[in-house]
Write a protein that binds this ligand. Structure first.
Ligand SMILES: NC(=O)c1ccc[n+]([C@@H]2O[C@H](COP(=O)([O-])OP(=O)(O)OC[C@H]3O[C@@H](n4cnc5c(N)ncnc54)[C@H](OP(=O)(O)O)[C@@H]3O)[C@@H](O)[C@H]2O)c1
Length: 410
């Protein structure tokens, strides 16, 4: 279902396979006539009628339409008809994953979604098998290739944000409306799925705070470099008893760390386990063929499971923790001010009144005194402790823009 970028690549790989485990039987798409391809064998049925697919003897339905409508109804219909489902649909799984897994289980079917996070990087299958013997407590990742492309271009070539965004759009990495990418909506949906699969928690994407990367300026990379760091959009989730600390947003990371070294539109996921420690997964987070590889791998897993006979009903055991963004970290605060005497003293007084400790003050020479960027770093404190001070500092008459506040992840 869905013969677009990923669907076409999945069909192509299936048509070239010769091992007999998987056979493509139907291609279902709206206005399907214009989709037909000469390389698809003549016994494959092209159709717009999804019900006909369900009424046939197909064993696995692959949903590659995307979005919630009509994908959700189609996936529910397939599971209710006793078909296994493989999907790459992050919106669907992030919003309805637990319910759909429950539905699959009660129908004795499988639902696999390995391509829904990080495209061709096999992190979800690893959570299902290779890491299932551990008790994971943390997952962090660079999950949005568009943001990473833009931030790593700012870092390496000091080009303006708008130019890096246009370049990402021209290369097909970003949509014309890139809000979901830039403002963190895409990454937090993926983080919810990783938390579901790896931490066994039910978390709605809407409950995960997302901070935009739009406020990042080239000068932030200069200041970050002085601190031995660079800037990346990091999605992180830490499970701590009954609280899931989770958020998505631009963060300072050491330039020499795995996150600091991820360039262009690659994805990186790090898992932290109680017994096995940290494990890293790096690769292409999107693209027709890398994503299709993840879909085909899910298909092979399902086909092999089907050959073992009916699946026993296994109730889902998911926790529903409180979701908080109140991380305790050191912080990077960047101010953009009209220079005048006493600015540092005013800011220091506000910070001191909130019992926040300054770690360093950085000011690069050579800027116009009418629009001067400088940075204060803070010692570790909770987000909630810092927030009221930020509002007060941003309201000062010398502040030309709201203070940019980024966690420093060590
Ligand atoms: N592209 C990637 O790199 C990537 C990476 C990871 C995950 N994914 C996920 O993979 C899924 C597919 O993505 P994609 O990039 O392949 O999308 P796409 O290129 O837009 O393809 C979607 C296909 O579904 C068809 N379709 C849309 N609405 C339909 C409807 N109501 N009934 C029947 N067919 C319908 C579209 O037909 P029309 O041609 O008529 O529009 C199109 O052929 C999404 O869930 C996406 O999030 C994609």
């Amino acid at each position: 279902m869905g013969f677009g970028t990923v669907g076409r690549s999945v069909a192509k790989i299936l048509c070239e396979r010769t091992d007999g485990l998987l056979r493509l039987t139907h291609i279902c798409n709206r206005n399907v006539e214009r989709k037909k391809q000469p390389w698809v064998p003549s016994d494959v049925l092209w159709t717009e009628n999804f019900q006909a697919v369900l009424d046939s003897e197909v064993e696995i339905v692959v949903e590659l339409i995307g979005g919630l409508h009509p994908a959700e109804d189609l996936v529910r219909g397939a599971l209710n008809a006793g078909k296994a489902v493989v999907t790459a649909n992050k919106q669907l799984i992030a919003r309805h994953g637990p319910d759909l897994l429950q539905l699959a289980s009660s129908n004795g079917c499988q639902l696999e979604f390995g391509a829904s996070v990080a495209g061709g990087v096999p992190v979800l299958p690893a959570l299902r098998t290779g890491l299932s013997g551990d008790r994971l407590h943390g997952i962090a990742g660079i999950l949005n290739g568009t943001c990473n492309y833009i931030l790593s271009r700012l870092e390496s070539d000091r080009i303006p944000f708008s130019e890096a965004l246009e370049e990402a759009q021209a290369r097909g990495y970003a949509e014309a409306d890139a809000s979901e990418d830039l403002d963190g909506g895409d990454a937090r949906a993926k983080l919810s799925i990783l938390a579901l699969a790896g931490l066994h928690v039910r978390v709605s994407p809407a409950d995960v705070r997302a901070r935009t990367i739009r406020a990042i300026d080239v000068v932030d990379f200069d200041y970050a470099a002085e601190l031995g760091c660079t800037i990346r959009q990091i999605s992180r989730a830490d499970l701590n008893d009954t609280t899931l600390f989770a958020e998505v947003g631009p963060s300072l990371v050491p330039a020499s760390s795995p996150f600091g070294r991820v360039q262009r539109n690659l994805n990186l996921v790090l898992t932290s386990g109680e017994f096995g420690g940290d494990v890293a997964f790096l690769g292409a987070g999107a693209g027709g063929y890398p994503t299709a590889v993840a879909v085909i791998s899910d298909l092979m897993f399902v086909a092999e499971s089907l050959s073992l006979g009916p699946r026993p009903h296994r109730p889902l055991n998911l926790a529903s923790p409180n979701v908080s963004c109140d991380f305790e970290t050191p912080w990077y605060l960047r101010f953009w001010v009209k220079d005048q005497p006493g600015i540092i003293a005013s800011l220091a007084a506000i910070l001191s009144a909130h019992q926040l400790n300054i770690d360093a003050v950085l000011q690069k020479p050579g800027f116009d005194k009418n629009a001067l960027p400088f940075v204060i770093t803070l010692e570790s404190c909770r987000d909630s402790q810092l927030h009221p001070a930020l509002e007060q500092m941003s309201a000062q008459s010398f502040a030309l823009r709201p203070c940019l506040c980024l966690p420093i992840l060590r």
